[in-house]
Design a protein around this ligand. Structure first.
Ligand code: F6R
Length: 613
């Protein structure tokens, strides 16, 4: 996946593009490039130096000629073609006048390239995207204006795209289009913008619009006009933006990850704010799904990826225990390929911080096609997932920029547990007093997380002690298991160390063979109901020479007998422990990554929003 940006009518085109690309780096940073267009001239610069590609592009652009009012820019996460300058976007047609940028994958690029080469087109990259430049060129040669040429090209391509195209023979026009990959348009007096997401143009545009699948937009300085693939006019949906630039920047912290870890108490508070009427009814204003329908739900299927999948696994325990509904949790990239069963009363919940993860969107589309009602749990207002779902719950965690997800996890767990309480209320599976007590308990988690954050130094010190270790097993039972999975995911993606999560009881069924001196076992051991069992599991690994780190409650004295290091947290109700227990594990992973000199906000090979399958 990649980030794209464009501007027409600007007096500081290059600065706009470079600043936007910097904010889009979380979508990929294998290479970066810009193309500036004015009558009869296209000027292009591209760099491919890994994580610093945008910074290198800025240096390269120091020699750019001035006076360009329009341009497009791209930051790449390589899919087809090596991450080299020759494959960096913008890509040009044979004449060098048409420049395109593309996020997505053109699935039939090979056959299209063959047809275009037979007509004499010469390709200069090994990307799937370059066919777009030549297809547009072909239509322009036949006399079509740029918007029609883009439309004609999109009629023959298969796959996913957010694209933008410019032509030096039609300057002050950008044509952009979308299928699956995200795209927004922004306007300000005399200037029009496009971008993969809003932060890239947040302080430039004053109004923002979402482009939907198979819509094509023609941007000019004075505004835009949109059509569908048949050429009929369409209106773009105006987005409500409830965050400002400050939230999109680091706010004084060293990096976004530290900022976002520290924002967790606030993320929890705003996710839970205004969720209960005076009469005790739990309410989601944005849900758009009737109480009768919710009451009659027979089965819940949660689909999600990565961290969101770990949050969904926590929710399974709460939904089953409190609302007595049977729950399945699916990896979203697997769901639609296994011929899923959707019966009357199946509710599918797509959980996604970005709301743009293509695997999750495809899973919920499949579920809708098979007749399921779909609820989106999304952090981004008006995300694709939110717009396509029948109903939505927003996690309100605020913008998350760091590639590794932190505050989104705790907010997702809170939102899903709140939904479990609402279902319990509707189905009378818990007493009103139990629901009240749990609701109050959930609202207290934010201050427990704040207490844990004050202990940051201790968690970092343990990371220093273990800086030579290379193999980690994270174990837990009940909701401690998905917490262990999330702890392992944080450590591996940030520090590049080997880390695996296991249900503690499963170790003896195979993984125990790997335990030897030097291996670190990190146990989530805060659950009183499971405490004896996990102590036994820890005794088993200790007997085989492992170093043991335990997340344990303040009052737990017995843990000292088996743990070499203890990460202390306040005790909370069992279902709420993942939101508290994950915090020391996030800080531990962060500290380890810093000690090893990793880029914590931008781990290698990853991207924040994964818009390819
Ligand atoms: C891990 C991480 C990823 C995301 C996953 C899903 O720290 O950030 O595993 O959780 O790519 O992303 P969303 O939630 O946007 O669907």
């Amino acid at each position: 996946m990649c980030g794209i940006i464009g501007v027409v009518g600007s007096s500081d085109t290059l600065a706009t593009l470079l600043q936007g690309l910097q904010r889009l780096e979380y979508r990929g940073y294998d290479s970066a490039g810009v193309a500036l267009v004015r009558p009869g001239q296209t000027w292009r610069a591209r760099t491919a130096v890994g994580t610093e590609s945008v910074a290198a592009l800025r240096a390269e652009c120091a020699s750019a000629p001035s006076g360009f009012r329009s341009g497009i820019g791209h930051t790449r996460w390589a899919t087809h073609g090596a991450p080299e300058a020759v494959n960096a976007h913008p890509l040009l047609d044979c004449s060098g006048n048409i420049a395109i940028i593309h996020n997505g994958i053109i699935e039939n690029h090979a056959e299209l390239q063959e047809q275009l080469e037979a007509k004499g087109h010469v390709f200069t990259s090994v990307t799937d995207s370059e066919v777009l430049a030549h297809l547009i060129e072909d239509s322009r040669i036949q006399g079509l204006e740029l918007m029609e040429a883009v439309r004609a090209s999109l009629l023959v391509v298969r796959g996913a795209f957010a694209i933008a195209a410019m032509d030096a023979n039609e300057p002050d026009v950008i044509v952009a289009a979308r299928r699956i990959s995200p795209l927004v348009v922004g306007t300000a007096p005399g200037v029009t913008y496009l971008a993969s997401d809003v932060p890239a143009i947040l302080d430039r545009a004053t109004a923002f619009y979402a482009v939907n699948d198979d819509e094509i937009v023609r941007l000019r300085p004075e505004g835009f006009r949109a059509i569908d693939l048949e050429g009929s006019p369409v209106r773009l949906h105006q987005l409500s933006i409830d965050w400002d630039l400050e939230t999109a920047e680091k706010g004084g912290y060293d990096d976004f990850m530290t900022k976002e870890i520290n924002e967790q108490p606030d993320a929890l508070r705003s996710t839970l704010m205004d969720r209960r009427h005076k009469d005790g009814t739990i309410t989601f204003d944005e849900l758009r799904i009737g109480d009768d329908e919710l009451r009659d739900v027979k089965r819940v299927v949660l689909v999600a990826a990565g961290t969101s999948h770990n949050a969904a696994q926590v929710a399974k325990y709460a939904l089953e225990r409190w609302a007595r509904i049977s729950v399945e949790v699916d990896i979203s990239s697997e769901y639609r390929y296994r011929d899923p069963i959707v019966e009357i009363g199946t509710l599918v919940i797509g959980v996604s911080q970005s709301g743009e993860t293509i695997d999750t969107i495809m899973a919920t589309r499949e579920a809708q096609y098979r007749g399921a009602h779909v609820i989106a749990v999304s952090n981004i207002v008006d995300s694709s997932l939110a717009r396509e779902a029948d109903a939505v719950i927003y996690t309100r965690a605020g913008l998350e920029v760091s590639v590794a997800s932190t505050k989104a996890f705790v907010a997702q767990v809170a939102a899903l547990e709140l939904l479990a309480l609402r279902l319990a209320q509707l189905r009378s599976t818990l007493s009103p007093s139990d629901i009240d007590a749990l609701f109050l308990g959930l609202n207290a988690v934010g201050s427990q997380v704040a207490t844990v954050l004050e202990r940051r130094d201790r968690f970092e010190a343990v990371a220093h002690e273990l800086k030579g270790a290379r193999d980690f097993f994270f174990i837990g039972r009940h909701v401690g298991f998905p917490t262990a999975l999330e702890g392992a995911l944080k450590l591996k993606e940030l520090s590049y160390l080997h880390a695996e999560g296991y249900p503690a009881g499963e170790l003896k069924h195979g993984p125990l063979a790997l335990i030897e001196p030097g291996v670190v076992v990190v146990a989530v051991a805060t659950d009183p109901a499971m405490h004896e069992k996990i102590l036994s599991n820890l005794a088993e690994v200790k007997a085989r020479g492992a170093t043991v780190v335990a997340v344990a409650t303040d009052d737990d004295e017995s843990i000292a007998a088996v743990a070499d290091y203890v990460l202390r947290v306040p005790a909370t109700e069992q279902m709420f422990t993942p939101m508290v227990d994950i915090v020391p594990l996030q800080i531990f992973a962060y500290a380890m990554a810093r000690i090893l000199g990793r880029n914590v906000d931008r781990p290698r090979n990853l991207a924040k929003t994964v818009t390819v399958e």
